[in-house]
Design a binder for this molecule. Structure first.
Ligand code: COA
Length: 175
């Protein structure tokens, strides 16, 4: 059984491994190959370990297999998109289409609501098919922009749930 919960420091190596595996799978052909090849599980694990120790909003989907997915979220200075950002959401290829991603997104929404956030949003790379997933879960296209990765300008889109209850409810009804 897969459990969704706040991450502990012992989860950091597993989160690092999911990060690298999911990036290589999801961003092949979108981000430069050399950049994806250079990703390091150890470096990512160190990054998430620090974030967990500092009390960051790191949520994991974990079972007997270890960590199979994770999400991170944080309250941000209110801006035109909202005041709560879901920063990352990744599920291992072998565990997709089983409701893990929506459960993690719901947990991220609940985490943000618990920090008094009123509206949630996230950015997704324009060429990542995951934007269908967010649309399916009630996200409204809220902005288009670009981000820089490995010196390359990459188009991205923001999806929003306002009020944040829409995120939590939509994801539940999507189960
Ligand atoms: C996007 C992602 C997190 C979804 O996780 P998941 O566990 O597969 O999602 P769920 O099983 O909860 O899916 C919920 C619904 O969305 C649909 N869906 C999931 N991923 C989809 C995709 N890429 N395109 C279209 N629909 C998708 C599912 O089919 C399901 O619909 P259904 O209930 O009608 O069957 C996962 O596919 C993933 O990690 N992708 C690679 C990394 C990535 O792109 N992350 C997002 C970065 S912004």
């Amino acid at each position: 059984m897969i459990e969704i919960r706040r991450a502990r420091t012992a989860d950091a190596p597993g989160i690092g491994a999911v990060h690298v595996s999911a990036w290589r799978s999801a961003y092949a052909g979108i981000l430069p190959d050399y950049y994806l090849a250079r990703l390091s599980v150890q470096r990512q694990a160190h990054f998430y370990d620090r974030s967990i120790r500092m009390g960051g909003g790191v949520l994991v989907a974990a079972g007997r297999q270890g960590v199979v997915g994770f999400a991170t979220a944080r309250a941000v200075r209110p801006n035109e998109l909202g005041d709560g950002e879901v920063e990352t959401l990744y599920v291992l290829d072998d565990f997709r289409d089983a409701g893990v991603g929506s459960a993690l997104l719901r947990a991220a929404g609940q985490y943000l609501a618990g920090r008094a956030c009123n509206a949630a949003y996230l950015w997704v790379l324009r060429d990542n098919p995951a934007h269908f997933f967010y649309e399916r879960l009630g996200g409204k296209l809220a902005a288009a922009g670009t981000t820089m990765v490995a010196g390359k300008v990459i188009p991205q889109m923001a999806y929003g749930w306002n009020p944040i209850a829409k995120l939590i409810e939509q994801v539940i009804s999507g189960q």
